[in-house]
Design a binder for this molecule. Structure first.
Ligand code: TRP
Length: 469
């Protein structure tokens, strides 16, 4: 197997693909709305610290595992420990997580595609708030259309992954990522000229106490750091496994984290100026991108064009991330089960497609607070008011990813032999003096951070009165 292991065409190809995985709906849809909900500046600052102190070390740990073992997560962990080791469970968890995340990710990506379509038609011009809300509510509650876009998104993702690492994943990233950056720059330049730009700068980069609580904000920032960097489920292990052993671990990881962060901040500098120019509220929640923005585009000169660019950007971002999720699932069956790439990617895509259908049927209305979702109560019983999308999103991003990240960091920090760890880190990099800093963060800081997230989830901080409510 190792002699035919696919490889990236170049280091830049890897960086674009990995950044493509990281930059996704998390950056452009979710980060702005959680920044809005948490009051801006302070939250952004905490987020940056989480990326540097927790996200970056775990990213290096994942790429380290994949690059050293030249294998996808399950096989990689096996070869760095021993056959039958319980640590291999982390690899399994990752494969499962890929299925779960992509199944709902694809539905939201489908909405983005639908909005490209609406924008091209000039669909938002002159609409008022109720009309924009109605477009969203009707569309997301319309089974045929939601499912249609979900199927289309999964099909495109499949068509790229089946092309292989170099000809599919890398080549698509080489086209989509520069296009994404260009669109981003165009949108930011357009925003700079608007009245809302100064207030937006102030909102995102200056400290504000309104709507801000240290406890919940820190935990939300930490949880999001995993999601946005594609950590905790082996995506970076898989992508790292197509690197050569002497590719530089430190510079590639730092570059990917930086790109991801810059794009998330730029997304804020596109969205908030628009929101403020049209006198809307930054804390609209998940509807910020699908409801508040279209309303603003509808009033803007040239709004149809800007809306098209924006939703195309969102679609491209989602696509490169979807590709990485499918690649994790498929590579497991290719490496461990000996399936052909075609068989692995088509079967995985088909299963994910089916898993996503309940989300496509239930997400919209419930997610944005106006409806039902009885489907899930059949499966989950009393589900605390969460629909299928809510349950999948909650379990995967709050539990599965941090749990995976915790075990990956513990594995690299304590289980992998000291010699392999040091040799792996230092091969091909000039920054070998950072080795001990990395190990220190993985050993002591990352586990505390993640355990804090879990304690919060089970309500521990509420119990001792720390959440500042
Ligand atoms: N990072 C992507 C985003 O920000 C989502 C994503 C892609 C992901 N692959 C992943 C999240 C793997 C967790 C794990 O939208």
């Amino acid at each position: 197997m190792s002699e035919t292991r696919p490889q990236w065409g170049s280091r830049v190809g890897f960086i674009l693909a990995a950044a493509g995985s990281a930059v996704g709906l998390g950056n452009i849809w979710k980060f702005p709305y959680i920044t809005g909900e948490n009051g801006g500046g302070w939250f952004v600052l905490i987020y940056l610290v989480c990326i540097a102190v927790i996200g970056l070390p775990i990213m290096m740990a994942e790429i380290f595992i994949g690059r050293t073992a030249q294998n996808s997560p399950v096989g990689a962990i096996r070869s760095l420990s021993r056959p039958g080791s319980p640590w291999i469970g982390v690899g399994w968890l990752g494969v499962l997580t890929a299925f779960v995340i992509l199944s709902y990710y694809s539905v939201i990506a489908g909405w983005a595609m639908h909005y490209v379509f609406l924008s091209v038609e000039g669909g938002f011009a002159g609409l008022d708030k109720t009309q924009v809300d109605t477009i969203f509510a009707e569309f997301s509650a319309d089974p045929m259309r939601s499912v249609f876009w979900h199927v289309l998104f999964m099909f495109i993702t499949f068509a790229i992954v089946v092309g292989g690492v170099k000809r599919g994943v890398e080549r698509s990233a080489r086209i989509l990522m520069p296009a994404l950056c260009l669109m981003m720059v165009a949108l930011v330049i357009h925003s700079i000229g608007s009245d809302g730009f100064k207030p937006a700068l102030d909102f995102v980069f200056a400290p504000h106490n309104e709507n801000f609580h240290w406890g919940p904000a820190t935990l939300e920032a930490l949880g999001h750091a995993f999601f946005t960097l594609s950590l905790g489920m082996g995506a970076m292990i898989t992508y790292g496994s197509y690197l050569k052993r002497d590719d530089d671990l430190v510079t590639t990881s730092v570059t990917v984290c930086t790109l991801d962060t810059v794009i998330a901040l730029l997304a804020c500098m596109v969205i908030f100026p628009i929101i403020f120019t049209y006198g809307m509220e930054p804390d609209a929640g998940p509807g910020l991108v699908f409801k508040s923005l279209p309303l603003a585009f509808g009033k803007m000169a040239g709004g149809a064009i800007w809306a098209t660019v924006f939703f195309l950007l969102l679609t491209f971002a989602a696509l490169t991330s979807g590709i990485s999720l499918l690649e994790v699932a498929a590579s497991y069956f290719i490496d461990e089960r000996g399936w052909s790439r075609f068989k692995a990617s088509s079967i995985c895509a088909a299963v994910i497609l089916l898993m996503g259908v309940p989300t496509a049927l239930s997400a919209g209305t419930k997610l944005f607070g106006s409806g039902f979702a009885q489907m899930t109560s059949i499966v989950f019983g009393e589900n605390n008011g969460k629909d299928w999308f809510g349950v999948f999103d909650y379990i995967s991003s709050n539990w599965m990813l941090p749990l995976g990240g915790l075990f990956i960091s513990l594995f690299v920090a304590w289980r992998v032999s000291g010699e392999a760890r040091e040799r792996g880190f230092k091969s091909g990099t000039k920054f070998d003096r950072m080795f001990w800093g990395w190990v220190f963060l993985l050993r002591f800081i990352v586990p505390f951070g993640v355990i804090a997230v879990f304690l919060n989830l089970i309500g521990f901080f509420d119990l001792i009165g720390l959440t500042g409510e």
